[in-house]
Design a protein around this ligand. Structure first.
Ligand code: HEC
Length: 166
C-alpha cells in the first residue's frame, strides 16, 4: 500500500513538473495564431455551457418588435460589429483573435437557435479569457435585452432593420 501511494504521489509530481517545464520553456501557445492545446476547446466549451445553461429560463421583459430591433442595432453597431461583423461584412479584427469571435450575421454562426436568455447572459457577463467583454457596466438592462433579441432573430429581421446594420 505504501509503495502504491508513493508511486501515485511521484506520478502526479512528474505530471505537474512536466506541465511547469512545458510552460516555462516557452512552448505553450500564447500567440493568437497558435492552435488550441489538446482538450482546451472541450474544457472551455463544457465549462461555459454548464455555467450558462440556467439562463435559458430567463424571459425577455421586452417584446421582439421593430422598435426593440432598432434599439438593438444601435447597440450592435457601436459595441459589437467591430468584433462580430455585419451582414456580408465579416470583421477583419476577428481573424486576429483566439478564440475568433463568431460572425453573428453569418448564417452558419448565428445564435438564432439559442434561447434569448443565454445570449443576454453572455452579453451581460462576458466570456472570460476569450475577448468577449461583459457589458453590464456599459449598457442598460434594456439595451442588453434589445441586442439579445436582435441576435435571436438575426435570420428573420425586417429589411429596414437589416439595412440599418450596414
Ligand atoms: C473585442 C471583441 C468583442 C466584442 C466588442 C464583442 N464580442 Fe461577443 N464575443 C467575442 C468573442 C471572442 C467570442 C467567442 C467566445 C468563445 O468562443 O467562447 C464572443 C462570443 C459572443 C457570443 C456567443 C456566441 C456563441 O456562438 O455562443 C455572443 C452572443 C456575443 N459574443 C455577443 C456580443 C454582443 C451582443 C456584443 C456587443 C454588445 C459583443 N459580443 C461584443 C468578442 C467580442
Amino acid at each position: 500500500m505504501k509503495k502504491f501511494l508513493l508511486g501515485w504521489f511521484l506520478g502526479w509530481l512528474a505530471i505537474i513538473a512536466g506541465a511547469y517545464l512545458f510552460v516555462r520553456s516557452g512552448h505553450a501557445p500564447v500567440a493568437t495564431q497558435s492552435g488550441p492545446l489538446p482538450l482546451e476547446t472541450f474544457f472551455a466549451k463544457t465549462a461555459l455551457h454548464a455555467a450558462v445553461a440556467p439562463a435559458a429560463r430567463l424571459k425577455s421583459p421586452l417584446p421582439a418588435n421593430s422598435d426593440n430591433f432598432f434599439g438593438g442595432v444601435m447597440v450592435y453597431n457601436h459595441n459589437c460589429a467591430f468584433c462580430h461583423g455585419e451582414p456580408n461584412h465579416p470583421s477583419q479584427i476577428a481573424k486576429g483573435m483566439f478564440p475568433p469571435p463568431p460572425q453573428l450575421f453569418n448564417p452558419d454562426e448565428m445564435v438564432t437557435d439559442d434561447p434569448v436568455g443565454i445570449t443576454y447572459w453572455k452579453v451581460k457577463n462576458g466570456i472570460r479569457l476569450s475577448g468577449m467583454p461583459a457589458f453590464h457596466a456599459k449598457l442598460s438592462e434594456e439595451q442588453m435585452w434589445q441586442v439579445s433579441l436582435l441576435l435571436r432573430n438575426a435570420n428573420k429581421l425586417p429589411p429596414a432593420v437589416e439595412a440599418a446594420l450596414k
